[in-house]
Design a protein around this ligand. Sequence first.
Ligand SMILES: [Cu+2]
Length: 483
Amino acid sequence: MLRRDFIGASGALLVGAGLVSGRTKAAAIPEASSMAEATTQAPLIPSSGPDYNPVVTLNGWTLPWRMTADGWKEFHLVAEPVEREIAPGMVARLWGYNGQSPGPTIEAVEGDKVRIFVTNRLPEHTTVHWHGMLLPSGMDGVGGLSQPPIKPGETFAYEYVLRKSGTFMYHPHADETFQMAMGMMGSFVVHPKDPAFMRVDRDFVLLTGAYDIDPGAYVPKIATMTDFNIWTWNSRAFPGIDPLVVAKGDRVRVRMGNLSMTNHPIHMHGYSFEVTCTDGGWVKESARWPEVTIDLPVGAMRAFEFDADAEGDWAIHCHKSHHTMNAMGHSVRTYIGVDQAEIARKVGQLVPGFMPMGSTGGAAMAGMRMPTPDNTLPMMTGEGPFGSVEMGGMFSVVKVREGLARGDYKDPGWYRNPPGTVAYKVEAPAVAAGSNGAVAAAAPATRAGRDPRMMTMNVQARRRTIGMRAQDMRDMPMGDTKR
Ligand SMILES: [Cu+2]
């Protein structure tokens, strides 16, 4: 149905010539392009209209556009059900735009006249709100308030002039709770009219999101308010998130928006940086301060910049540690310091395959490879050059390398640390784990270790992963060793 042979940014096709605002006709609707790939697509270089340095949408793409003879930049969004690979091994059935969740990034230039067609292929009505834009009230996209809802099968046109440059978003403002929980959102970048203003060499954009998808399920639970288990950047979770590839010496901007239900303190290693733009506009130089973590509030965008002067593989992640886990349940009991050997022996007699976990911490989960339901992700995973990265969710790597060509976003592989610059093991007598007695002193936990009600896990019977997917633990029969 949808094809990718859209004319792109060439501006060669002059359909819609002579139309005036609000009077466009069906015949003038541009074809909608669609994207099936979940990998980062090359930036869309403008070939007509004002020049700009295009953004790179992490694990996403930019919506092609066309220029009409009378100077309107025309885009076509299609709201529709989509299938999105969250990471290899897990697909989610979401709602999005033009084949993807999030929808494609819209890019244009300050002063542009934009006409954005929105076709609704959802089973219910929708609208599109242009978050942060200065526009006529009737173009603001709030269903019932600023326009009638777009019913299934209908196409509406939004028309306005981009009055300021910056970092914005679009999302439904009709049944928005459910529709955003289903993945409906996109980035909208307006480049400055003067290409030299706030110029950077690499400009990344992404939206944070959160889903509650039970292991083995495909559709998010749309009524979840806090207890999400899949934390995403552009509807991808680590290790499915592409690295941010940067050439040493580049000026780099990362634009992030948050349409999830909680804030995300985004932390980047190896650098300090400054917030230079919010969805309210550019931040004056005198008003900026250095940070290594920026809070990304709900319903907001933050763009930060740094000069990439240090080569390496630098982690970038949400600093809420549960947001760097996949498919994690939040009713997991604590067994640190608990001697489970005896209970393991006893339960094992009744339930072959029983495996206790957590006595020494959670790291062992990352190495476990046990039977799992179809369509879910390991809680802590991702192979690095030194072993498991033990991460999931909102995590990626900024890869800064010497000598990358401009426009080269290919994954350069792992950083080769110069000799003598990697933390190393010291030859010394081995120290017994927990030897200071602090952990062993946790008396109630030790007592619990002998209580069979505290830990009954039957791996084989339910074909569920205990170690890797603590999500399942909240469904586990506690105190019932006969199942
Ligand atoms: Cu977070």
